[in-house]
Design a protein around this ligand. Structure first.
Ligand code: NDP
Ligand code: 2IT
Length: 448
């Protein structure tokens, strides 16, 4: 049976999920990494582990009907992909964005399974969301939509079954409304979401954790080559949760973040986006919900409408922290031409496959999202542990645990990569290490 090739397998995947391009992209990368291990481990193919891993355990698709401020009835689609629960309950974020569809959520859920496996914590994988567009919506509309979304989702989640969190378009505000509605419907105060407010069961450092973690991971990549982020110029895309705290941690470690972006364009601040400017960005984005172009007016720097930050010269580190496929092969050529040392993915799958190849072929250290951005979900796991033990840990405790986890993930990727490729091949390292833990658990638990 193990004569089947990656291409045969991908034909099967594509036939069963036509037009789910992002899902095909995510699965192909993993299949290409793990196929060589089937020589030594034919049992994985004999037991159809890859075929089972690409089939979600369960997908819930539901209508979300709600009334906007003008009194108009709005209808959106809600989805929760419960991908794999072999090493723990389904865990993964909710995305509210007009581009959300089943293929995007399946790619995110598939990545999440392997990412959560790497975190060292007992977390399965899932992802959900809606095609609801929060842009321009009032707080009241966000609340009513979130409540309507939870009116169905509450049946399917639970502390030992499925624990959603935030992602694009879902931050502290939305988690609050979702949690309040869950509590009303279930008549129970329990940790069924992570990213909660710190006064009502949330963990300190969870908002910071994805951005902090990606910078800790980039630092580990540099340290493996006797370098550090200290004094280095850092390009960041996005200006949401992940981008903001990536910039904060780059500053903490002595780097200089110089760009931020949103879907309108990017700003370039050659003097660095320091703590004071970052506080202004957080107010802009998290309170006033404005556009990053306003930064350029506020601080007298350049704004590049409709462009991405990857061509900025003399940069050392690039952290794509916005969305999938935001860094293409031409962007990768710019990064190589500018001698960038490290690309670490804060977003999920922001780098297109041919761009990944070009970067790695040219000696750029490349940290794939499922390893580099795993600090967010790992800290969600720490929030779950605190909730389960009625405990509240300090900032310092959680930050130290986050750093420890990122360091372990980095070491695991390098050690695994060294067995099958070269230590610097973090793609192969992350995919194989993440896969083996899930695959072995699936073998242990039988054909289900
Ligand atoms: P936010 O909603 O807080 O911020 C998203 C940012 O990305 C915004 O600046 C947004 O700009 C920009 N963006 C979104 N879609 C697009 C697009 N199609 N084109 C250009 N820019 C876009 O989300 P997060 O910061 O939470 O998430 C960012 C990335 O990180 C996502 O890939 C997410 O999956 C990933 N991630 C998030 C984790 C978390 O804990 N939050 C954990 C691990 C990964 P605009 O406002 O103009 O749309
Ligand atoms: O992509 C991700 O890892 C997240 N959006 C965070 C998931 C979580 O459950 O904290």
């Amino acid at each position: 049976m193990h004569q089947e090739s990656v291409n045969d397998f991908m034909d099967h995947v594509v036939a069963k999920s036509a037009s789910q391009y992002e899902f095909h992209q995510a699965v192909r990368e993993v299949a290409e990494s793990v196929w060589p291990i089937f020589e030594r481990h034919p049992e994985y193919l004999d037991m159809r582990i890859p075929h089972r891993m690409v089939e979600a355990e369960r997908i819930i698709i539901f209508r979300v009907a709600w009334v906007d401020d003008a009194g108009t009835v709005q209808v959106n689609r809600g989805i929760r992909v419960e991908m794999n629960s072999v090493i723990g309950p389904y865990k993964g974020g909710l995305r509210f964005h007009p581009s959300v569809n089943l293929g995007i959520l399946k790619f995110l859920a598939f990545e999440q399974v392997l990412k959560n496996s790497l975190t060292t914590l007992p977390l399965g994988g899932g992802k959900g969301g809606s095609d609801f567009d929060p842009k321009g919506r009032s707080d009241g509309e966000i609340m009513r939509f979130s409540q309507a979304f939870m009116n169905e989702l509450f049946r399917h989640i639970g502390t030992h079954t499925d624990i959603p969190a935030g992602d694009i378009g879902v931050g502290g505000r939305e988690i609050g409304y979702l949690f309040g509605q869950y509590k009303k419907l279930a008549n129970e105060f329990s940790g069924i979401l992570t990213g909660k407010g710190v006064n009502w069961g949330g963990s300190l450092i969870r908002p910071e954790s994805t951005g902090y973690g990606v910078v800790y991971f980039a630092e580990e990549m540099l340290r493996a080559h006797s370098e550090s982020i200290y004094g280095k110029k850092v390009l960041i895309s996005g200006s949401g949760n992940v981008a903001q705290y990536a910039a904060e941690n780059a500053n903490r470690l002595g780097g200089t973040p110089v760009t931020l972006s949103d879907s309108g364009g990017f700003i370039y601040d050659p003097d660095g986006i320091d703590a004071e400017k970052l506080a202004w960005v957080m107010e802009l984005k998290n309170v006033r919900r404005g556009r990053i172009s306003e930064y350029a007016e506020q601080f007298g720097v350049a704004y590049y409408a409709g462009q991405k930050p990857w061509a900025v010269e003399d940069a050392d580190v690039a952290l794509p922290c916005a969305t999938q496929n935001e860094l293409n092969v031409d962007d990768a050529k710019d990064l190589v031409a500018n001698n960038v040392r490290v690309v670490a993915e804060g977003a999920n799958m922001p780098t297109e496959p041919d761009a990944v190849r070009l970067l790695m072929d040219n000696g750029v250290l490349f940290g794939p999202g499922k390893a580099a951005n795993a600090g967010g979900v790992a800290t969600s796991g720490l929030e779950m542990a605190q909730n389960a033990g009625f405990a509240v840990w300090t900032r310092e405790e959680v930050d130290a645990k986050l750093l420890g986890i990122m360091t372990k993930i980095h070491r695991n990727c390098r050690e695994t990569a060294a067995q099958y490729a070269t230590p610097d091949n973090y793609v192969v390292g992350a995919n194989i290490a993440g896969f083996i833990k899930v695959a072995d658990a699936m073998l242990d638990q039988g054909v289900v």
